[in-house]
Design a protein around this ligand. Structure first.
Ligand SMILES: C[S@@+](CC[C@H](N)C(=O)[O-])C[C@H]1O[C@@H](n2cnc3c(N)ncnc32)[C@H](O)[C@@H]1O
Length: 408
């Protein structure tokens, strides 16, 4: 069992939407560290008395105590529940305004430790795709902080404006946002998403191409208050991804780049000649002629529900590498396969893909793998440094010595 769980304990508190009791803490730390529940519960004799205890739980409580002693954890008034203090939440190093720093680069791309505005307000380069997941307007901010709901639309429009100004004709903006923002004290969802779409269309002249569904079968149960306690809501299984373009007719999208394999059943049907007779479905709304589906095609056109669990091998690898450097792993990365899909669908090899809120640099890794150029920023030094582990094996990887020195 791995018994160096300090950063896992801190990350779990940092990513929690509320104070945590110890049972939830154990569960989440185990998940974060990739430790099985069996190991969590395993008891062994400890000390002279030989009393049976869980080594894992003792280790977690030890780190919890360290955080309390350092003034990073506070009691909430609710029995047995603790949460990070303000200092605990801000122990990530945030870039100062007008102090951008190149962190590292490859032949295809550059990552900067910077506030996004400082870089994207200054660029003059043709962008084909902006794929990003901006911070969500959560009532309980994550470790890296969040804009409030009141400021959110202005923040996103201002962040997108310089990128839209550089967007090539038919370029795309893809925003992964949250549907799980509730009107205070109620199980009703905020309509900020609708307002955001209208603001982006009216203020930046973007066209809504689709609201893609990122279905995440491994999403943690929630919203706890409304689904598990009052039972007035269902557990959430998806996040929306808005796809906009500045010129829909010329959109540089091509589903041929993301075709999926046909099922054996479908191929068998095609090889047997497809439809034997004309078929009519949905009261005649759809007709397929006799002989329809008798020609083998290159692949299946994907549906607009993109199903990928968030804990994919690429993210586990990144998290392990970040932790081995003593860094907090990012708490909200999207799966690499989701990024790969959108990058291939919405850009071509050699095009420029950007991510102003790059977090653990998933978009950058997707662009690098698929031969796109890339430019990304994140304001937290620890995330950019952790994300650099995705690229360190590449021949063209070059870390800026000043950044490395700052990070040491
Ligand atoms: C939801 S996370 C992005 C996660 C990312 N898609 C991934 O796969 O790792 C949002 C990120 O935006 C960063 N951020 C917030 N405000 C920022 C700003 N003004 N400029 C640059 N980065 C910012 C946060 O540090 C955080 O890492």
């Amino acid at each position: 069992m791995q018994l160096s769980l300090f950063s896992n304990v801190k990350t779990v508190y940092a990513n929690s939407d509320g104070p945590l009791d110890n049972e939830s803490l154990y569960r989440r730390v185990a998940r974060e560290a990739g430790i099985s529940l069996k190991t969590v519960k395993e008891k062994s004799p400890i000390g002279e008395s030989g009393q049976m205890h869980s080594k894992f739980q003792r280790e977690v409580r030890w780190h919890q105590q360290t955080l309390k002693t350092a003034g990073l954890l506070q009691h909430t008034g609710q029995r047995g529940r603790w949460e990070l203090t303000k200092e605990g939440k801000t122990s990530l190093r945030k870039a100062q305004p007008k102090a951008s720093m190149v962190a590292f680069s490859t032949d295809l791309g550059t990552a900067l430790w910077s506030l996004s505005a400082d870089v994207f307000n200054a660029i003059d380069a043709p962008v084909t795709l902006c794929l990003t997941s901006p911070p969500y307007p959560l009532a309980k901010p994550r470790a890296y902080g969040n804009p409030s709901l009141n400021d959110y639309i202005e923040f996103i429009v201002d962040s997108m404006q310089p990128i839209v100004a550089n967007l090539v004709d038919g370029g795309s903006i893809c925003l992964n946002v949250s549907n799980d923002i509730f009107c205070p004290g109620t199980p009703a969802r905020s309509i900020y998403r609708e307002k955001l779409v209208i603001a982006l269309a009216e203020e930046l002249g973007l066209w809504k191409m689709d609201e893609l569904i990122w279905s995440n079968p491994n999403k943690c149960p929630g919203p706890v208050r409304w689904a598990s306690m009052t039972r007035q809501q269902l557990n959430v299984g998806y996040e929306p991804i808005y796809w906009f373009s500045n010129n829909p007719k010329k959109a540089i999208a091509n589903n041929r780049r993301v075709l999926q394999p046909h099922s054996e059943k479908h191929l068998d049907f095609v090889r047997r000649g497809g439809n034997r007779m004309e078929k009519s479905c949905s009261d005649g709304a759809y007709r397929t002629p006799a002989g329809g589906y008798s020609r083998e095609t290159e692949g299946r056109i994907p549906r607009n529900i993109l199903t990928y669990p968030h804990n994919c091998p690429a993210q586990s690898k990144y998290k392990a590498a970040a932790r081995s450097m003593g860094l907090a792993a990012h708490g909200a990365p999207y799966p690499l396969k989701l990024a790969l899909f959108l990058i291939q669908f919405l850009s071509r090899e050699g095009d420029l893909v950007v991510d102003p809120f790059a977090g653990s640099l998933t978009t950058a890794e997707g662009a690098e793998i698929t031969g796109r150029k890339w430019l990304v920023t994140d304001c937290m030094l620890e995330y950019v440094l952790g994300g650099s582990t995705r690229f360190a094996h590449r021949e063209s990887f070059r870390i800026n010595p000043d950044f490395a020195a700052l990070a040491a």
